[in-house]
Design a binder for this molecule. Structure first.
Ligand SMILES: [Zn+2]
Ligand SMILES: [Zn+2]
Length: 342
């Protein structure tokens, strides 16, 4: 087991740094990997994170979300207690980082959430060699193989061709997924204005302010049936809400790695499931574990047992962390859906 990290009720703790990584309860000193609510919580004494993660936390929780904050750029190294700490792109959402803790005892990487697939809205995942690798396992079952995003976007665009008189309503999480869908649509050559539910405006505006090219984006406002033939993005919960009725008879789509699971698509009210995920799929989890060269693998939030078993078959020392409080980027149904697949 790594000497650098230990598991506490508050989360992963590094005694030599006196700091937690993504603690699930308020602590004195936290290093935060990214802005999703299961990793970034309000109320810590001090927070160390990338500039963008700090900004996103301030947008979500207000500027007083912690006592003091310190930004650290990707690749820069600082001393925290007796440990050298640096942050490296995780490819998950804007500002997302893996945390590298190095000390004479070895190198430990806490990856937070990560993906290897290209994403036009954030820096690409950087492979960080280490001795101990803490990996997520949100989609840690062999059935989860994410198709390339452009193929799913092509499905959306061909539906728009076919049902040109209907609004296409796409459910997407507010941080990361909504902006990625816009970016992928632009990459596919879609140039028309894309409309947003109010709950997606702030973070999309922040991405725009950070130089992420999203093209013409407008709030839905009071509009409804006049958005026939247009693409409208909204939080997943709004797909089956009264709010959706303003568009008459929209085509409902949902962008999530969980759309691989038919029952989930039905339950979400998504006629057009789009398998677009910001998490590594099974192949990329396994590949990343091998590529880090780590001998010790700690597995968090997700299908831990399957990945732990795979690690052991491949000669790695693996441990499920069974931590309470993490989930799939704020999706409360994730654990239940995964359980159905096991
Ligand atoms: Zn997570
Ligand atoms: Zn996340």
């Amino acid at each position: 087991m790594s000497d650098l990290l230990t598991l506490m009720p508050e989360g992963l703790y590094c005694p030599q740094a006196g700091a937690y990584v993504d603690p699930v309860r308020p602590v004195e000193k936290a290093i935060v990997t990214h802005g999703h609510a299961d990793h970034a919580r309000a109320g810590h004494g001090a927070v160390l994170a990338t500039r963008q993660t700090l900004d996103i936390m301030a947008i979500r929780y207000g500027t007083d979300f912690c006592g003091t904050s310190q930004e650290i750029a990707y690749g820069a190294q600082i001393k925290v207690g007796d440990v050298d700490v640096s942050l490296h792109p995780a490819g998950h959402v804007l500002g997302s980082a893996q945390v590298l803790l190095s000390a004479p005892a070895g190198r430990t990487v806490v990856s937070g959430d990560y993906k290897r697939h290209a994403d036009p809205t954030c820096a690409p995942f950087e492979l960080v060699p280490c001795d101990t690798f803490v990996t997520e396992a949100t989609f840690g079952l062999p059935v989860f193989r994410h198709p390339p995003a452009h193929r799913e976007i092509a499905k959306l665009l061909s539906s728009l061709d076919l049902f040109a008189e209907q609004t296409h309503l796409v459910g997407a999480y507010a941080l990361g997924k909504a902006q990625r869908i816009i970016g992928e649509l632009r990459a596919a050559g879609y140039e028309k204005t894309i409309y947003l539910h109010g709950a997606l405006e702030k973070l999309t505006g922040y991405y725009h302010s950070q130089g992420i090219a999203l093209g013409s984006v407008e709030p839905v406002g009071q509009r409804g049936k006049e958005l026939r033939g247009e693409i409208v993005l909204c939080p997943p919960g709004q797909l089956s809400d009264r709010w959706a009725r303003r568009f008459g008879d929209p085509v409902t789509a949902m962008a999530s790695g969980w759309m691989r699971v038919r029952a989930r698509a039905r339950q979400r009210g998504a006629e057009l499931p789009l398998i677009v995920s910001d998490h590594a799929d099974w192949d990329d989890l396994c590949r990343t574990i091998l590529e880090t060269g780590a001998e010790r693998i700690w597995v968090t939030h997700g299908a831990e047992e399957a990945l732990v078993h795979w690690c052991e078959m491949n000669g790695r020392n693996a441990r499920p962390l069974n931590m309470i409080g993490y989930d799939d980027g704020e999706d409360p149904d994730a654990a239940r859906d995964r359980a159905e697949l096991m």
